[in-house]
Design a protein around this ligand. Sequence first.
Ligand SMILES: Nc1ncnc2c1ncn2[C@@H]1O[C@H](COP(=O)(O)OP(=O)(O)OP(=O)(O)O)[C@@H](O)[C@H]1O
Ligand SMILES: [Mg+2]
Length: 774
Amino acid sequence: MGRGFPERHLWRRVASMLTCPACGTANPEGARFCNGCGGALAGPGALRKERKVATALFADLVGSTALAEREDPEIVQSVIGLAFDRIAAEISRHEGLLEKFMGDAVLAVFGVPRAHEDDAERAVRAAIEMQAVLAELNRGLAAEGKPTLAMRIGIEAGEVLVDLERATGPRDRMITGDAVNTAARLQAAAEPGHIVVGPGVHASTKEVIEYRELGPFALKGKREPVLAWRALRIKARTRGERSRLGLEARIVGRDEELAVMEQTLRRVETEGRPALLTIVGPAGVGKSRLVSELERLVEERPDVLYWRRGRCLAYGNPSYSAFAEAIKAQCEIAGDDPAEVAARKADAALAELGGDERLAPALHALVGAAEARGASREELFDAWRSFLERMAARYPLVLALEDLHWADDGLLDLVEHVADWAQGPILIVATARAELFDLRPGWGGGKRNAVSLSLDPLSVEEGEAMLDELLHGSLEPALKRTIVSRSEGNPLFLEEIVRKLIDEGVLRATEADRWVPMGSLADVEIPGSVQRLIAERLDGLPLQDKLVLQDAAVIGRVFWLGAVAELTGLEPDEVRRALGRLRQKELVVRHEPSSFSHEEEFAFRHNLIRDGAYDALPKALRADKHAGVARWASRSAGDRAEGIAALVATHLLEAIGYLEELAEDCALAQEQWGVLVFPGVELTHLPPEAIPEVAARAKELGALVIVHGETIVEPVPRGTNLAALQSPDVDILAHPGLLTEEEAALAAETGTYLELSARRGHSLTNGHIVRLAR
Ligand SMILES: Nc1ncnc2c1ncn2[C@@H]1O[C@H](COP(=O)(O)OP(=O)(O)OP(=O)(O)O)[C@@H](O)[C@H]1O
Ligand SMILES: [Mg+2]
């Protein structure tokens, strides 16, 4: 048996450590000052015993005996040593203290010497990662035909006694207590490969970790049976898509499609190769729903998969944004994280996956943490693909990309690149309306690993079944038939008809949760398309709610309360109440967690609702509203503006899109009246990195481009002067009061005009500008 090797191998590291009481760093024997924090390592006597609440994790490797029987002892030693090294790394990454290796077992404690409020969660997360790194190691062993290893893990939280004085003695345990004993017993009772937690850990982590109850365990040394749970996975951060209130039908029909999806996923997993599955069909037919159903099936499975989702926007799509959204979720980057935070999180995610550091620059560029300096598209694609491969090496990966018909060319190329070249179990599930084939007529064609599902409308029976689901089967058959035939088998249309009937009081809920018709359906006019139907529902809203909804639509499918308040000029509380009413009508849903910290986030329940509300907004107001969103975003991000540069740019691009009409009007003025009028744009308060793109677009639309410079009285982000002067499309840099000598030289070189202003405050620096510009 292999115990002798790892024990010696590991004791060397553990037994000679001197643990710092302040920061937990292990120091070499005899050290007087800590290598970690520089604090004094107290001599014997100064150390004391302490009671603390902590979480203990016991892990035991199973299978090393089989390995030792078949393999050369040196190989066994290196395999087990490697396993323990990786395990130790996971524990320290979660700031756990490796208290002991004993033979093939590990004891780690979370919360000593320093407690964190989420120690129990850290322990479970570490355990999940430990199982994952072992699984990765096993794949390598299995490929070489060697026996694999499994690990049992037990975790419990509670009060422990920390005796730092004994920490240096190899035979003594530094930490004792009931939690430690229970964790050890739970570990012994666990199945290989499982993670079992006790009531203390379960109670404080059940919101974030998904568990399966195992029932009471009779544990050795315990009078009462102990309740235990098996940890399954970290709950996906649900980004609530569909409404959880009220109307939602269980899925009807689509058995075949789901079977194909499941089968494709299974093939990806067993063959360890990527596949591209595209679901095509008209708006509202149920594409996104099928993706959610697959997600639900995946969530019910006991094993772990990465499920990452991104969506293309109907307008102003920054390049690769849907892919970036998915990768940001992987790195746990929030929408408004400043560049350095995003970079740090991306690096941590890369390290966690054991990825090559050389991938970092491309990853940073993707998540908006840095510019992609000079990297070619091939280099970026290779790096991003490698990152996906690292993910897939850990768990099978599903990349769900929604609404590809709005994707930019780059994203479509990237999807094909990954499908063609990536290695490992990666399933790309894409949804698209048929317009995708206008962009890429041969999408998915000619690939062995590509599957396309074309969604037909629901059959009459399926439509009726859906109605039964929605309204608990309480409608007359004749009424049902009328509704279903009007909906033409489009589930969204069907839902919207029912909502309209409820809105208008034609269907009323009874106390017994049934719906009864009040009056005749024949009296209700149902428009011929779902778009018209939605437009009519929106028309029927009270004025204030309608205005709130229209302004929200300017922001996008996803929007924030603060931004709506800014655009409407209403108090946040008023907006909140209006949104509450709109949620009741199932027009919008709440999104949690928000991608914009400190902001309540909402979303339109369906794209067509967003489009309907946007279409109702007078065109004359749109440019102004988009600019308003950009202003709000730059302002509320404060000095974290980099993170939202893409959002700001999107809205400014949208706003200046209306220049086209202005340019036409100007041309007309000249033609009709001989008046020369120049359309112009002033760009102000943009994140500097957004300036080149927005300026280029404004120029393309025929505008004179002015950038509001950095001044002493009205701050725009630092770097604005330079970015404006470097952009070939900026004509005038207005009152750049903080101009530097280099910038003045650059202006002379590029022929950019510097403006002197008579405006109060701004004019104070006129002398400075004149002096430099001479
Ligand atoms: N088979 C089904 N059974 C029950 N409800 C369904 C079914 N298909 C779709 N729905 C419901 O119909 C609505 C519209 O579906 P979904 O959002 O998936 O459409 P979509 O095809 O993705 O549209 P879009 O192209 O606009 O994104 C959703 O509320 C969804 O839950
Ligand atoms: Mg959809």
